[in-house]
Design a protein around this ligand. Sequence first.
Ligand code: GLA
Length: 743
Amino acid sequence: MPIIFSKETGEFHLYNQDVSYIMQILKNGQIGSLYYGRRIRHREDFGHLLEGGISAGHPRSMSAYEEGDASFLSMQHTKQEYPCAGRGDFREPAFVLEAANENRIFDFRYESHEIFAGKKKLEGLPAVYTQDDGEAQTLEIALRDTLSGMRCILSYSIFRDFPAIARSVRFCNDGTERCILRRVMSASVDLPDSDYELLYLTGAWARERHVKNLKLEEGLHRIGSTRGSSSGEYNPFLALKRPGTDEMSGEVLGFSLIYSGNHLEQAEADTFGTARVQLGIHPAWFDWELAPGETFQSPEAVLVYTRDGLNGMSQTYHELYRTHLARGVWRDRERPLVINNWEATGAAFTEDKVLEIARRGKELGLELFVLDDGWFGERDDDTKGLGDWYVTNKEKLPGGIEGLSEKIHAMGMRFGLWFEPEMVNPDSDLYRAHPDWILYAPGHRPLLSRYQYVLDFSRREVRDYLYEKMETALSNASVDYVKWDMNRYLTECYSAAAPAGQQGQVMHRYVLGVYELYERLIGRFPNILFESCSAGGARFDPGMLYYAPQAWTSDDTDALERILIQYGTSYVYPLSMMAAHVSDVPNMQTGRVTPLSLRGNVAMFGMFGCEMDLNTLDEKECLLLKRQIAFVKRYRELVMKGKFYRLKSPFAGDEAAWMVVNDNQSEALVGYYLFPGSPNGSWRRIRLAGLSPEKEYTVSGREGRTFFGDELMNAGLLLGEEALIPQEGGCFSKIFVVSEKEN
Ligand code: GLA
């Protein structure tokens, strides 16, 4: 996985066995892009790939460099690594910088570069990491604007075992005057043609990360968030795929941003047939003043290239993020099966009630009880108490959290606790004591959402206060798991503590503040399993995964809705991150009744748990749930670490299928789901994937017969009569265990 630099040609070639990424120092000192795609053989000189540099055929273009009369460089027609604004390239710039005199024209030119083994940490930001230096190599290219003294460092890390490149950017003010960064993308990638389709993940509360596809046409297509968190509306991810690409084959370029705040992802096709992809912090609400001596570090973007279709891209993200972004003891450890009281009781629970739920959970085989919202302050509903992270209501919890956690542990279960550290109700002791600790604009009424305000996490004293309260709660009781929620978006992003000239930093500083508090808490409590949550899945992003190995995927626990949500989420995120619970019917969010078999069959393709009053189940249901729980335990390692394949998209028809296969292709779990409303339907079959063509397998439910892998992957697994006869609720679902035949 070397990075080669050729002094003669000024070219950089980053490659591993799958990918080549080639750049060149252009004649004007900027960095040009020569190639990004499948690995190609190294040669000394790739300069001929710089099409569009000589611009005689493009009249009306600007000349960025002249040499005699024959050769000039038009940046509008040149593929670049980090394009600037206002200098003849009329596409979107990667950055906008403003000097003290409001001049926005800068001329960053190559100054030096460094190549080293491994990968540096990003100060205060989540990033993929290496466990030993052999796993990646990094190139840092320093560019300098001599007039201002500003330095811009482009960083590229290529992995040995993944078709992935991590990119980020650093601006350092080595000059004598302040400059303001108004836009700073983490990566900008120019491609020689624009014959792509876009794929991205959209949604809203209770329908997060649905899949969208559209053809890239001339113009700019952008998604992003200005909500202060990565949001359920648009995930910080974008893929470009060639027309005709499907799950199993075709060229895909993935772009994922490791960040949990405002973000922007965009693809621009120009009228000359090229494409430019950019991603980074959203420039709206962002201005960052850099005084002399100061540095700004961008979040990291992870680029994945594959010819193996969308599954190929997703499998790379899954494995890379599961093993080189998630951290801590829970990264690889089997996750406990959770019973959470939220949907059963809401905030107005009694200790007896939750103990009853936990006891039943234990009998059924569940392993960790989570006490959700309502345990602190005067909290019985969402109108008050938020911010007061200590027990005041001794009627509700006579022995406090300590007492309850002891009782839960005495049952042989682990104990988890809900927090929403970033928020406060106006009706709380915290708000009464510190009304200026929220984000608000002086003179304006701050907007409430769910009766709550957002605490100003850009302020150290606010974070210190929360650390102290959470630390006390977590060390007094024996807590094994924390659910960290965040139930509203940010508005009025003005900080009472920030001086004039720094208000444009507040939204990014807020996110850095969240990361900092997480870091302190996971450092102090390394054995606690953290689960991130944001009104369901509104902050389900790679940044969160660095701190919390799992995340609540959505408040929508309706099994049919969850198929769409989990399917979409799987484009980037591993199953080890997706918490998925069986809940009661009629479903809390949709009112729909689905069979318990379906609810279990969906939740088992995630980090399984239950979210209901288990005492309301009848004997038959208890038996089924118990069987499901035992089944999940048997296969949880496979689900967590296996290779996940999407087989049939619920966005394309009335059925869905997916599977996970273990490393040595000896065992797989297949989930098949048929949506209601297909009477007298066609025969259904699933073409499996990832098996060994030569191996002979048994399939559960198909006893007395064996199948070779090639048959299962080509002819497929036939569903037959059973899928024609709907189950309760009009749907059909089935799990198949595929195991290598024992000799
Ligand atoms: C959010 C979460 C839920 C639950 C409630 C509690 O909506 O997504 O799971 O914790 O908050 O208020």
